[in-house]
Design a binder for this molecule. Structure first.
Ligand code: F6R
Length: 242
């Protein structure tokens, strides 16, 4: 793992965005694996600036998002599809028909998961997978458990995860109870992984993930088995790293 700690936000986002931009410069048809959440927002903003400055184009790229809530209408402002439109897709030249987010309002969720895996199988592998990490070590919505699913699947969200996401909803009761997520096996198929971690509240989770035992109780620790992971930490998340 290549772990980098940044003392200022500018360097953090520039490093993350540059990795994505240089991939697109060398491979305009790159397949991007994307995450939502607060961690990648600065990187997406920088990519939008780079696109506007003519430094990068997404015109031939395609994308697959990690996850989506179950049960929210697609145009609900808190779906991950809406998040991606708001923070990235609406501001760049990506062809929306080549952007993929699991459909959490599909009538047959099992069929949706299968179809998502089949798309990943035929159009992948993902060249660069962006990830964040939950305070409990989750990646995507793969929560700590005795076992982990490999492919895309439906998960019941833990109360801790619902509480962490409640800030985006009028009340905790409005936070969906389930989500569709790519499995850890699918995530690990990416050629390269870029894990973005910000905030002191993530310090313990990321430390366990990179230095602790490989265990399904910390899904991010499975990243230790991947040959090409870049971890960007801000000061808070990397407080344990001298
Ligand atoms: C988002 C996702 C989640 C987040 C994680 C960290 O698509 O899959 O695993 O990456 O919950 O979220 P933030 O960045 O909001 O702390």
């Amino acid at each position: 793992m290549n772990i980098m700690k940044f003392h200022n936000d500018e360097d953090f986002v520039q490093t993350g965005a540059s990795l994505v931009a240089s991939l697109l410069q060398s491979n305009p048809k790159a397949v991007l694996g994307l995450a939502t959440g607060s961690s990648p927002i600065g990187v997406y903003e920088r990519l939008v600036q780079m696109y506007r400055g003519g430094l990068v184009s997404f015109a031939k790229a395609s994308s697959y998002n990690l996850d989506e809530y179950v049960g929210l209408p697609t145009d609900h402002p808190e779906t991950y599809r809406s998040f991606m439109n708001k923070h990235l897709f609406s501001h760049i030249d990506i062809d929306l028909s080549r952007t993929h987010v699991p459909n959490g309002s599909a009538k047959d969720l099992e069929a949706e998961c299968l179809a998502y895996d089949q798309m990943l199988e035929s159009n992948g592998p993902v060249d660069l997978q962006i990830l964040g990490i939950g305070s409990n070590g989750h990646i995507g919505f793969n929560e700590p458990d005795a076992g982990l699913s490999s492919g895309t699947h439906v998960v019941d969200l833990l109360q801790a995860t619902r509480e962490a996401n409640a800030r985006f909803f009028p009340s905790i009761d409005d936070v969906p109870r389930q989500a569709i997520t790519m499995g850890v096996g699918s995530i690990l198929k990416a050629r390269q992984i870029l894990l973005l971690v910000r905030g002191a509240e993530k310090a313990e989770a990321i430390r366990n993930a990179v230095q602790g035992p490989i265990t399904t109780q910390c899904p991010a620790s499975l990243l230790q088995t991947h040959p090409n992971v870049v971890v960007l930490l801000d000061e808070g998340a990397g407080q344990w790293l001298k």
